[in-house]
Structure formats: C-alpha cells, structure tokens
Design a protein around this ligand. Sequence first.
Ligand code: GLA
Length: 406
Amino acid sequence: MTGIGSGGAGLEDFLAGARAAFSRALGAGTAPRAFFAPGRVNLVGEHVDHSGGPSLALAVDRGTLVLGRPRADRRLRLHGERPGETVELPLDDLPAVRRGGWEDYALGVLRGLGPSGLPGLDLWVGGDLPVGVGLSSSASFTVAVALAAGTLAGRPPRADALVELALAAERDFVGVPCGRLDPVSVVHGRAGRALWIDAAAARHEAVPLDLGDAELLVVESGVERALVAGAYARRVAECRAAHEALREHAPDAEHLAQVPAEVLRERAPSLEPTLARRARHVIEESARASEALERLAAGDLLGLGRLLVGSHASLREAMEVSVPVLDDLVDAALAVPGVHGARLLGAGFGGSVLVLAERGAAPELAARAARVAGPGPGAGRVHRLRAGDGPRELGPPDGAGDRGCA
Ligand code: GLA
C-alpha cells in the first residue's frame, strides 16, 4: 500500500476519497485544503525522554490527514473519520478543561493557538496511521491540526512552534506528562533519516537511516492500551522520585538518565525496589540508545537487533510496561528466520511490537503473530513502515506540489 506520507500513485486517490468524505460530513462549498503529519517509530530509547534520556526515532510514511476550510461564522466543526466522531462548538467559548474524548487533542491545540485569532473552522480528520498502537497517533493528530488551523488563520506555525503546541496540548490540556520524543519525531523526521533526540538538551539531529536488506515491521497486538495514561503518569512520577533519591550522590546529573551506572549500582540496595528498577531501565536504556546510534552508523543490523531485544527485556522487567501478549509477540517474532530483533513500541500496556527483519520475513511473521495476538481489531496485522517526511500541506491534485514547514 502507498501511504499518504510516501506520496506516489496512491496519494491522489486517497485525497479524492478524503475530499468526498469531507463534503459528506461537512457539506459542499469551498474546497478544503489538506494537511498531513506523520506518525513515528522509536527504534531504541523507550521510556527515557521523560527522564532526560536520548532516543533514536523516525517519522514514518503514514500519518494523520486534516482537511480544513475557514467558516464565515465563529463555529468549530470537527469531524473524525470514525462513526460518532463529530463535535460542534462555539470557537469563542471552547471548553477550559478536557471533555474526555478524542477531540481533546484538537481543542488543546486550538486553545494554544489562541481561538480569538482563528477563523471559524470546518476540520475533517482521517489518515492511514493505526491509532493507539504506539505510533504516536496523538502527536501526529495534534501537529496536523496545529498546521491546518494556523495556516487557515494565515499564520502557519514554524516547526518549533508545532512541537510546543503539540506538547502543551497533550501535557496541559489532555493531562499526560509525556516527553519530547513524539512531537520532535513527528515534526522533524525526514524520509531516509532517523533522528537522534536529546531530551535533556531539547536538541535533535538527523542521521542516515540505512537498513540495507532489512526493514521495519510493526505488528498490532490487538490489545488496547487500557489505562495507559494513569500508568504512564505513575512511571514518570516514579522516575522523578528515583532521581530525587539519587541526586545527592550524583550532583551533576540534572536528570535521572545522567546518573552514572556505578552510582546506581552502589545505591540500589538502599532504594525502594520499584524506584531502583525504574532507574535501572532509564540509565541502561539511555546507554542502549547511544549504542544503537553507533550500530546504525556502522551498518551493524544484528547488533541493532540485539539492542531491541535488550530494550524489550528492560521494559518488561524494570519499567514493567509490557503485557503478556506483547511478550508472546516478541518471542514469536524472534523465532522467525531473518528477524534481527523485536520489542514493544511506545508507552506499552498493549499496542504493538516493532520488528527489525530481513526483507522476506513478513509472511512468516504474520502467520506466527496471528497465533498469539489478542482478540481485538487489527490483532496480528503487520505494517511495513519506512522513514517519511514531516508535516506539510499537500498540494492540490493539479500537481502544484507539497509545501513543507520551516
Ligand atoms: C509515549 C510518550 C513519549 C514517550 C513514550 C515512551 O509515547 O508520549 O513521550 O515517553 O511514550 O518512550
């Protein structure tokens, strides 16, 4: 399948379908403009960004599509692709607190942009990114809405502003204390590139992503990420507590990720055991991310695969964010010839598994995954993902071209 983000022959059909859906949902009239933001895959460096650790990630060639047009009145009409996802609100009286639905991500962004500077809006949201499986559909959604609404207001946000708008929407409005990994990957990712993201310094750098004969596959577990927001916030709080407990022994460590491994080794027996496990994950996973950067540069895919396996073991035992289906999927993947490594993807507690495999391994992977995946929709589905470009307006079907953001 050609993803929206990879352009190509499938894009025009996809856009035509989306434009028809827009008219059905929001009525005929002025043709909408189309905006895209990708999802992301994190290679190594999971559950460390909230604690100042580095990640090696990429934007993918699938994402969120927002079609939008200004309205003559001061209303916001927001329509999601899935049944029942329609919200209509007065733009000048947007809710001050979250409502508990999918629209919260968009409302957080619109509040961040400042509703008084926006025109009334008709927005339709769709795309080809599996939602809620660890591909950062939420950052993809918030960034696409920010780009659409800002551009339709005549003030297209610059890249750094997109990152901050997405972060603020998720942290301050939706209420999840997430790190910078997702919006930075979504906004700054590029085709053929991975991103080295240094959460502590709020810096990132693009590096070549050459996987040779290998490819990245994502297998859906079919297990919804139940209660993920509460469990995620708890992990972040535990990491903070671990840092507090360790910082007098490592005064230079501004974040937990910078506490030297030997300090943790010495102090671990006196730490509360849960905090010691969280600290071990953050410190070791940060070291794995640095090693992954070296393995990738050296073209050592077997070595990179081993780091994925180590990452999963630590997410399971030390960060405790795995569930049995994810462990079974990782084991099933590792039994497939040509698979270099596998691990749970994103925040955990369900979602999906990332697999680094030689080309040709996907059919057997799909067969084995089907045997162990959960009961939910999408269970065992395998997606082949490539590095894709960041957010942009998609040119009209007449071929005027796409416009990226600065
Ligand atoms: C979620 C958060 C990110 C990051 C990952 C785990 O996707 O939004 O900030 O913490 O989980 O690596």
